[in-house]
Design a protein. Structure first.
Length: 264
């Protein structure tokens, strides 16, 4: 940032980011840890994420702006150690505008059990498409790491494992989920946890589980994707927030010109 440029985020997108934190906490996807971010709609090489705070406590005042090297822009508050996850995924994937990183409890078994992959088992989880990719941190830094994505090099390696997929599993750690917007990243995080739970139940009943085919995942995903706001508005109501149009949906951006400075 140079001169007297002020950091700003639309009120609607700041609202979505705060709501995303509260919804993920309310749905048990994050606890004291985990985080969610949004790409800045006007500066595509920046993103917004809370300062180092439990997601359930985040307000608009806590949002910070970062560049894609993971450096805070004009802000010296303490930030999340794993902000490089978000930075490197936004760098690698121009189609991604929302990212969630969490330690979703039913997903973690799929990061450590050999010979088993997280795969789509029901129509609500068609976004999974096929076997979820797995990031093995030992392939980058060997044995003895703390498993955290604490620099750009590890963030880039994670983004490489993600590839063009909607999510990547992280061995012994958790999951990172990408979305076209914050709402989609939240939806996918909640349903990845549900898919993991259902898949484990099915595998306990039979070793021969029928997964969605590629054609079924494509069609189911296209249908469900158009219905995300229905779930989002219910989840918002449960955390006490009023329903609003999706600020990252172009068809609803017009008229949303009032801006706030969330860091002040
Ligand atoms: Zn983590």
């Amino acid at each position: 940032m140079t001169g007297r440029e002020r950091l700003m985020l639309t009120a609607a997108l700041a609202g979505d980011l705060v709501d995303a934190n509260h919804i993920l906490f309310d749905r048990g996807i994050v606890d004291g840890f985990g985080h969610v971010s949004a790409r800045d709609p006007d500066h595509k090489d920046r993103f917004w994420i809370s300062r180092n705070l439990a997601p359930g406590m985040v307000t608009a005042e806590d949002l910070m702006c970062f560049d894609l090297d993971g450096n805070a822009v004009d802000d010296d508050r303490t930030s999340y150690l794993e902000r490089y996850i978000h930075a490197e995924i936004y760098r690698a994937r121009r189609d991604v505008h929302g990212v969630v990183h969490n330690h979703s409890p039913s997903v973690i078994p799929f990061t450590v059990a050999k010979g088993v992959s997280l795969r789509p088992v029901c129509h609500m989880c068609g976004f999974l498409r096929k076997e979820a990719p797995l990031f093995e941190i030992r392939e980058c830094v060997g044995d003895g790491s703390n498993l955290l994505i604490s620099d750009s090099r590890l963030g880039a390696a994670l983004a490489k494992s993600l590839g063009e997929e909607p999510l990547v599993l992280m061995r012994g750690h958790g999951i990172t989920v990408a979305g076209a917007n914050v709402r989609q990243a939240v939806f996918r995080s909640i349903y990845a946890e549900l898919n993991a739970k259902i898949q484990m139940q099915a595998m306990a009943l039979s070793p021969d589980v029928v997964y969605l085919s590629q054609a079924e995942t494509d069609n189911a995903n296209a249908t469900i994707d158009s219905q995300l706001d229905r779930a989002w508005n219910l989840w918002k109501q449960q955390v006490g927030a009023p329903a609003r149009p999706n600020p990252q949906n172009r068809s609803t951006e017009i008229g949303d010109r009032q801006r706030v400075d969330p860091a002040r």
